[in-house]
Design a protein around this ligand. Structure first.
Ligand code: ATP
Ligand code: MG
Length: 409
């Protein structure tokens, strides 16, 4: 027996349907906000992630699926989507062209993490990126977009919002935070002790409860914001309020990646264990020039599809019935229902049974398939040119003339 790799899994039956539904809702809402589909390769040069996600991040430091290909090139399965989309943007010279690009993507991401609830090694993200707009209104727009998706899916999540300021205010804040952290360095966890020298900001991100308690009185990034960053942050908040999107300010929210500035946000849910993030994002005005492009403002977010599916899966215990189960009681009628089914498939979802069975067996199969409508051809029906119709939702039954079937459905 060969099984899937640890932390990687199949989407079967309901999972497949759920995945399609989540991506469908996300894509539709994103399109309404002006975003268009983009697909980038799942494999990229390792250097792309080292330079964009950042050496000091957990992703690059511990979690990358990195290996040499047959030509000795160091390549990497993408751990996140932004880097590839930015690479595509630069490769097409769109930074030089100027203008605005809004893209959405979805697909597999790979991180070598310890598999556990809500954490796989291959997982899927839906994400959006907008290039070329520094206006804080776009930050608000993409947060509203995220909220619309969650609403449409029926998911309750808390929006946590922060501003990381700009380069100057961030460097001032880091100095303050560093001197605070040095004061309690002995008590911080091993990772955080190291982070003081590698990337001080990430101590705020630490999931260790003792570290969080020690950092309770640490300086706030919001106190370092300059006037422009403050103004933008207020604008984002006002637009969210106007749109009826509730949020909590969280000055400890820093996001795991190196290239963020100004807006940073997360939607967290406690429906899948302790406060797990389902969407994370923010502004990353610094990334494109960091990768050698013409400085271009950018903002985006990514959603963990499995975490969303887990929340929905727990809710949707009652499967939504849909489609037709079409069958016959006599072997001689199967070719006729095959032809009828193919015709109906022009407009309906139809499952055709190739086997003649007793009615009870067919009904059981239709129920198991989650069909909404049961259509069956037996000798009596055949003699009258009719078909037996049963609505599996409300259990109503009748006989319909086959010649009138299309209209009746
Ligand atoms: P976390 O703090 O949970 O590790 P992260 O900061 O690493 O999250 P991002 O890089 O912001 O996550 O990715 C965006 C979203 O992708 C997360 O909010 C989460 O929903 C999802 N995600 C991240 N890593 C995994 C994983 N290993 N398995 C499943 N979903 C994941
Ligand atoms: Mg992570």
């Amino acid at each position: 027996m060969i099984n899937s790799l640890r932390g990687m899994r199949d989407f079967l039956d309901n999972d497949g349907a759920l995945y399609e539904r989540v991506v469908g809702v996300c894509a539709k809402v994103a399109q309404n906000f002006g975003f268009a589909f983009i697909e980038t390769p799942k494999l990229e040069e390792t250097a792309l992630f080292r330079r964009s996600v950042g050496e000091s991040s957990d992703i690059v430091g511990k979690e990358m699926y990195e290996f040499s290909d047959k030509g000795g090139e160091s390549i990497c399965l993408r751990p996140e989507g932004t880097a590839g989309v930015v690479r595509a943007f630069l490769q097409a010279k769109l930074d030089k062209a100027g203008g605005i690009k809004r893209w959405f993507y979805h697909g597999s991401m790979f991180r070598y993490e310890r598999p556990q609830r809500g954490r796989q090694r291959e997982f899927h993200q839906f994400g959006i990126e907008c290039f070329g707009i520094s206006d804080a209104r776009e930050d608000a727009a993409i947060i509203i977009l995220a909220k619309r998706i969650l609403d449409e899916l029926g998911i309750k999540a808390t929006l946590k919002l922060n501003s990381l300021g700009n380069k100057e205010s961030m460097s001032e804040f880091k100095t303050k935070l560093e001197s605070y952290a040095k004061g309690c360095a002995n008590e911080l966890c091993e990772d955080c002790a190291r982070r003081i020298n590698t990337n001080i900001l990430r101590i705020l991100d630490c999931k260790n409860e003792k570290c969080q308690a020690l950092l309770k009185d640490a300086p706030s990034v919001l106190d370092s914001l300059d006037d422009e960053c403050k103004k933008d942050f207020e604008l984002v908040q006002n637009l969210l309020k106007n749109a009826g999107v509730e949020y909590e300010l969280d000055d400890r929210l820093v996001r795991g990646l190196d290239y963020y500035s100004k807006s940073a946000f997360e939607f967290v849910s406690d429906e899948i264990g302790a406060k797990a993030a389902v969407i994370g994002g923010g502004r990353y005005d610094g990334l494109i020039s960091e990768l050698g492009g013409k400085s271009t403002p950018a903002v985006g977010w990514a959603m963990g599809i499995e975490r969303i599916m887990e929340i929905l899966g727990a809710k949707e215990s009652a499967i939504q019935r849909d489609g037709i189960y079409l069958c016959a009681l006599e072997p001689a009628f199967i070719d006729e229902i095959f032809a009828l089914g193919c015709e109906l498939r022009k407009t309906h979802k139809v499952e055709i049974s190739y086997e003649a069975k007793a009615p009870a067996k067919h009904l059981g199969a239709a129920d198991k398939k989650g069909a909404k409508v049961f259509l069956c051809l037996g000798s009596d029906e055949k003699a009258k040119g009719e078909i037996w119709y049963k609505n599996l939702e409300n259990k109503s039954e009748k006989h319909i003339k086959i010649s009138e079937l299309k209209g009746a459905l």
